[in-house]
Ligand binder design. Structure first.
Ligand code: GZL
Length: 307
């Protein structure tokens, strides 16, 4: 039937069922798979047809997917850019094809604001600052050097750049904090373990690990235990995301603090997409609500964790 179009209407009263092309980074972490499920479930609930592509963490696959969505004349393109730069050309192609683009999760460094309608996602600099704030409080009043190793996220990605920036911005206030080694673990458990093994071999004294996500922290925990050290005690661990497995590790005393990064953006994203398609004014930047969880809160919070 025409007319009403129900919940799948694109808001213009035409009853046209919206089709959205979504290019996802990959399936590299627990956070990512929860984010994918949230987007897919929300599209179903919103009566939106979702064309979903997994880029396996490769920018060229995302660019291919976006070009394919343009060919298919989808109503809206939404994506989480695996890295910040190199998007202007393909986003201009979407603009020329009059297909609005919505960024979710990660950001691009394009200067041309007309290339996307809105960016829905966390404030990664704030997440980095929260990680730094916890560390400063933890070592308040102490003067000994604090040797930190850092497992960075995917090189060139907004979360890796910004979580590093926020963290270093806070700890630079006190010279006792030293980042003695910093390398990418590409947000995965395997790589996180591998790089932590190298840190354990090359660094005579490690007091703290700052991991840009839980999957790398969980991989690092394996390396620390295999080296005969106690994660959370011999080496304090600061992590980001707040996935269930990390809460379990925190309740076992293996992670000291987890800065939450909320992947459950699906419903907000579909609502934003409908508004953009209907030509409504939308905020250029929508920040995700999220908190910080310490070890003493982990056991009680675990049953309620949704991802
Ligand atoms: C952050 C997101 C990051 C997560 C990682 O919003 O882009 O990518 O922190 C994921 O777990 O791989």
């Amino acid at each position: 039937s025409g007319g009403s179009g129900g919940s799948s209407a694109d808001g213009t009263g035409s009853g046209h069922k919206l089709t959205v092309g979504f290019s996802q980074v990959g399936a590299e972490s627990g956070w990512r798979t929860a984010n994918t499920k949230s987007v897919q479930d929300a599209a179903k609930k919103a009566g939106i047809t979702l064309k979903f592509s997994d880029a396996q963490q490769k920018q060229e696959n995302q660019i291919k997917a976006i070009r394919s969505f343009i060919q298919q004349k989808v109503d809206v393109i939404a994506f989480s850019p695996v890295v910040e730069s190199g998007w202007d050309t393909v986003l201009k192609e979407a603009k020329d094809a009059k297909i609005p683009v919505v960024l979710t999760d990660r950001a691009v460094d394009s200067k041309d604001e007309s290339l996307y309608a809105s960016f829905l996602g966390s404030d990664f600099v704030e997440e980095g600052k929260r990680a730094g704030d916890w560390l400063v409080k933890q070592y308040q009043g102490k003067t000994d050097a604090v040797n930190i190793v850092e497992l960075q996220g995917t090189t060139g990605s907004a979360p890796a750049n910004d979580r590093k920036a926020g963290f270093t911005d806070v700890i630079k206030a006190d010279s006792k904090f030293k980042i003695v080694a910093s390398q990418t673990g590409d947000f995965t458990r395997a790589k996180g373990k591998e790089v932590m093994q190298a840190f354990l071999k090359s660094q005579p004294k490690i007091d703290v690990l700052y991991a840009h996500n839980d999957d790398m922290a969980l991989g690092a925990i394996q390396a620390i235990e295999e080296a005969g050290k106690k994660p959370g005690t011999d080496i304090k661990i600061i992590s980001v995301d707040g996935v269930k497995d990390a809460f379990t590790a925190m309740s076992q005393g293996k992670i000291n603090v987890d800065v939450e990064c909320n992947p459950l953006l699906g419903d907000q994203l579909m609502d934003l997409i409908k508004k953009v398609k209907a030509g409504e004014q939308v905020p250029r930047r929508i920040k995700t609500e999220e908190g910080v969880f310490t070890q003493d809160q982990a056991a009680a919070a675990l049953p309620n964790r949704q991802y």
